[in-house]
Design a protein around this ligand. Structure first.
Ligand code: NAP
Length: 336
C-alpha cells in the first residue's frame, strides 16, 4: 500500500462515513486479494485506498476499518494521519434530525465549525499536506424555490415560509470557516450535498419506505416543494471523481440531475415500495408540525423546496448511474 493512498474520514462512523469506508475500503481489499493471489485475472481498482476513521468513540470491534480517536475540536495524535494522506473528508456534525433547542443548535453549529477549523489548522502544519480536503456542506444553503433549479452559482439565503434561517446560518458559517482555512497546498472542495438515499438504518430511504408501507405515504404539506437527492453509490463515485480531479477547488452540488416534487416522490415510493392502498394518507402542514414535535425533529427538513442541480459534476464529465429517482428507489428496494 502506498502511503499517499490513505483517505482520512473525519466523523466517518456515521451514515456517509460508513458508505465511503466501505466503498474505498473495498478497493484496498481488492488490491490485497489481487497481490496475495498474484492473480493474472482482473487488475485491481484504479484507486486502492487505506481508510482511517477519526471518531470520538473507538469501537472495540471496528471491522476492517482503522479507527483513530479525536475530539473534533482540538489537536492530538490524530493529526499524524493527515500527513501524506491523499484525501481528507470531513463528515463530522451533530445530526440535524432533532428539535432545534438552544442546546441542540449549539451542538449542530459547533460540531461543524470546530471540526472544520481544527482540520484546517492541522493540515496547515503538515510536512506533507493532503492533496485534497473535501468538507461536508449542504444543498440547504440555497434559497427555497419553486422556480428554476440552483446550480453552484445559485442564490444563497433564507425564506420565512421555509423556516430555514438556522440551517442556512449553519451552512454559511461552516463554508466560511472552510474558506478561511489557509491550506495553500491542499485543494478544497465544499460538498453541497442533497439528501443521500441509501439503505442505512433510520436514514431517509428506509424511513420513507416504512411510512409508505403503513399507508402514510401521501404528499407532505402542499406536495409542491422540490426534493433534491442523490443515490448512495453516486455519492461515493462523485467523491472519488473529485479526488481524481487534480485542478479543481470550490463548491460542488452533490445531487442527482433530476429533482422532483414531494408529491411525485411519494407517489413513486408508493408504487415501488408496495403501499397497502392507492393514494396514501396526505399530511397537512399542521399535521407535519405536530408529528415533527412528537418525533423530536423539525418540519423545515420536509417543507423547504430544494431544487438543486449538479452543474459542476455534469460539466466535468461525471456520469450518474441513478439520474432518476425511480431508478434509485427501485435499486434500493431490491438491495436493502
Ligand atoms: N446524510 C445526508 O443525506 C446528508 C445530506 C447533506 C449533508 N449531510 C452532512 O454530511 C455530514 C455527514 O452526514 P451523515 O449522514 O454521515 O451524518 P451522521 O450519520 O450523523 O454522522 C456524523 C458523524 O459526526 C460525528 N459527530 C456527531 N456529533 C459530533 C460532535 N458534537 N462533535 C464531533 N463529531 C460529531 C459522529 O461521529 P463520532 O460519534 O464517531 O465522533 C457521527 O458519526 C453531516 O455533517 C451532515 O450534515 C448529510
Amino acid at each position: 500500500m502506498k502511503s499517499d493512498q490513505r483517505i482520512v474520514l473525519a466523523g466517518g462512523s456515521g451514515f456517509l462515513g460508513r458508505l465511503l469506508a466501505e466503498y474505498f475500503g473495498r478497493s484496498s481489499r481488492r488490491e490485497e486479494a489481487h497481490s496475495s493471489l498474484n492473480a493474472k485475472s482482473e487488475p485491481p481498482h484504479v484507486g486502492c485506498y487505506e481508510v482511517a476513521v477519526l471518531s470520538r468513540h473507538v469501537p472495540r470491534y471496528a471491522g476492517p476499518m482503522r479507527y483513530v480517536r479525536w475530539d473534533g475540536e482540538s489537536p492530538g495524535d490524530w493529526v499524524e494521519e493527515l500527513n501524506g494522506a491523499c484525501a481528507v473528508i470531513n463528515l463530522a456534525g451533530r445530526t440535524v434530525d432533532c428539535r432545534y433547542t438552544t442546546a441542540n443548535r449549539r451542538l449542530i453549529m459547533d460540531s461543524r465549525v470546530n471540526s472544520t477549523r481544527v482540520l484546517g489548522e492541522a493540515i496547515a502544519k503538515c510536512a506533507q499536506p493532503p492533496k485534497v480536503w473535501l468538507n461536508s456542506s449542504t444543498a440547504t444553503i440555497y434559497r427555497h424555490t419553486f422556480g428554476a433549479a440552483w446550480d453552484e452559482n445559485g442564490e444563497i439565503g433564507t425564506t420565512l415560509e421555509a423556516k430555514d434561517e438556522f440551517s442556512v446560518e449553519v451552512a454559511r458559517a461552516w463554508e466560511q470557516v472552510f474558506a478561511d482555512a489557509a491550506t495553500p497546498e491542499t485543494r478544497k472542495v465544499a460538498m453541497r450535498s442533497a439528501m443521500v438515499l441509501g439503505n442505512y438504518r433510520n436514514s431517509v430511504f428506509p424511513v420513507l419506505r416504512r411510512l409508505v408501507r403503513f399507508g402514510l405515504g401521501g404528499r407532505m404539506g402542499s406536495g409542491r416543494q422540490f426534493v433534491s437527492w442523490i443515490h448512495a453509490e453516486d455519492f461515493c463515485r462523485a467523491v472519488e471523481w473529485l479526488i481524481e480531479q487534480e485542478e479543481f477547488s470550490g463548491p460542488v452540488n452533490f445531487a442527482a440531475p433530476n429533482p422532483l416534487t414531494n408529491a411525485e416522490m411519494m407517489a413513486l415510493f408508493r408504487r415501488v415500495c408496495g403501499a397497502p392502498f392507492g393514494a396514501g394518507l396526505p399530511a397537512t402542514r399542521w399535521m407535519l408540525e405536530a408529528g415533527a414535535f412528537l418525533l423530536r425533529t423539525e418540519t423545515e427538513l420536509i417543507i423547504k423546496s430544494r431544487r438543486v442541480v449538479p452543474s459542476w459534476l455534469l460539466h466535468s464529465g461525471f456520469e450518474f448511474r441513478f439520474p432518476m429517482m425511480d431508478m434509485a428507489v427501485a435499486n434500493l428496494a431490491t438491495t436493502g
